[in-house]
Design a protein around this ligand. Structure first.
Ligand code: FES
Ligand SMILES: [Fe+2]
Length: 346
């Protein structure tokens, strides 16, 4: 397994690590346990006691520390053993578990899987577009895809699959005969942008539902601009507006897609989507979350998993895939990612 180590990976939503809960997740093939210390800050430790290797996540939180479920050693936020209930209570030197830098931002918990001295807040791209804030309402969810995370990135950077796979997010109606999508790629630093603008598109079911102000037009301009940053965090700027009108005249529903490899062939997929229409409306939230979840779970996930099965364990590039013009952003992202992984030289 080769992954970019020096990067923030999403471990879950802030609500996943709550109270006295021990939250277990495997990231980059490494089992982790997360919990809140006495000060409320999130701690991420290797989920393996150094005594008889019990999963610490099966234990419990005691005074902001994790207590091993087997013989009761306790570990603090730095992974140091803070309490030995046996013998004279002295702490063996080797009683130490690896601690990973952890932080909270954009309603999620982020874990730095590489050199702790290189962990900086600036290394996390900006996702404030999906933050819960006045004038916006957010929904979120998660799933696990049984495929390599780069296949999920490919899926998100090539949204030309939408009309074929997603009748709720795209449109079931055929586009007008003179329909010409504006699809192009841009790169800013190491960020890759896949720009998708569709003019005079039949307004999609999602945006008909979100229109709110007056009747939705039959046709509108739909934008779906995906930004990728290494290793696997993506932001979709999407919305519909009346043809020729500013974007504010129609609804926007930006979404974040945070992919965390669980292993070489499975991926945690965390998503969050905000909207600026029907703010605070629980019924619309439920419909939107249900629609997005169904699209990912019933449409993208089975397709990506089926591709992975057909590919076996072979890497995409070594299978020499046919390349279409729409593969530009995904191929650029793959190149940047492999250069970054190589530069780490691990
Ligand atoms: S395995 Fe953890 S204290 Fe024994
Ligand atoms: Fe999709």
């Amino acid at each position: 397994m080769s992954f970019l180590r020096n990067a923030w990976y999403c471990a879950g939503f802030t609500s996943d690590v709550a109270g006295e809960n021990l939250y277990a997740i495997t990231m980059l093939g490494e089992p982790l346990v997360l919990f809140r210390g006495a000060d409320g800050k999130v701690t991420a430790l290797a989920d393996r006691c150094p005594h008889r290797f019990a999963p610490l996540s099966m234990g419990k939180v005691c005074e902001g520390q994790v207590q091993c479920p087997y013989h009761g050693l306790r570990f603090d936020a730095q992974g140091g053993c803070s309490h030995n209930p046996h013998g004279d209570g002295s702490i063996p030197k080797a009683a130490q578990v690896r601690a990973y830098p952890a932080t909270e931002k954009h309603g999620a918990v982020w874990v730095w899987m590489g050199d702790p001295s290189r962990a900086t807040a600036a290394a996390l791209p900006d996702f404030s577009a999906i933050d819960e804030r006045p004038g916006w309402t957010r929904v979120q969810g998660r799933l696990t895809v049984q495929a390599n995370y780069q296949l999920v990135i490919d899926n998100l950077l090539d949204l030309t699959h939408a009309p074929y796979l997603h009748p709720f997010l795209a449109s079931a109606e055929p586009p007008p005969p003179d329909f010409r999508p504006d699809i192009r790629m841009e790169q800013e630093g190491d960020s890759v942008l896949a720009i998708n603008e569709f003019h005079r598109m039949p307004t999609t079911p999602l945006y008909r539902m979100l229109w709110e102000r007056g009747e939705p037009p039959q046709h509108s301009t739909l934008r779906a601009n995906m930004r990728w940053d290494a290793p696997s965090v993506l932001l979709l700027d999407t919305g519909a507006s009346p043809s020729g009108a500013p974007r504010e005249d129609g609804p926007s529903a930006p979404s974040a897609h945070w992919l965390t490899p669980e292993s070489d062939t499975s991926t945690h997929y965390f998503w969050a989507a905000a909207r600026d229409r029907y703010v605070g409306n629980a019924e619309v939230s439920a419909q939107m979350a249900g629609g997005i979840d169904a699209a990912f779970r019933q449409e993208d996930e089975p397709m990506i998993e089926a591709c992975q099965r057909r590919m076996g364990g072979t890497d995409l590039i070594s299978l020499k895939p046919v390349l279409l013009v729409t593969d530009g952003p995904a191929m650029r992202a793959r190149r940047i990612l492999s250069q970054r992984i190589e530069a780490e030289g691990v």
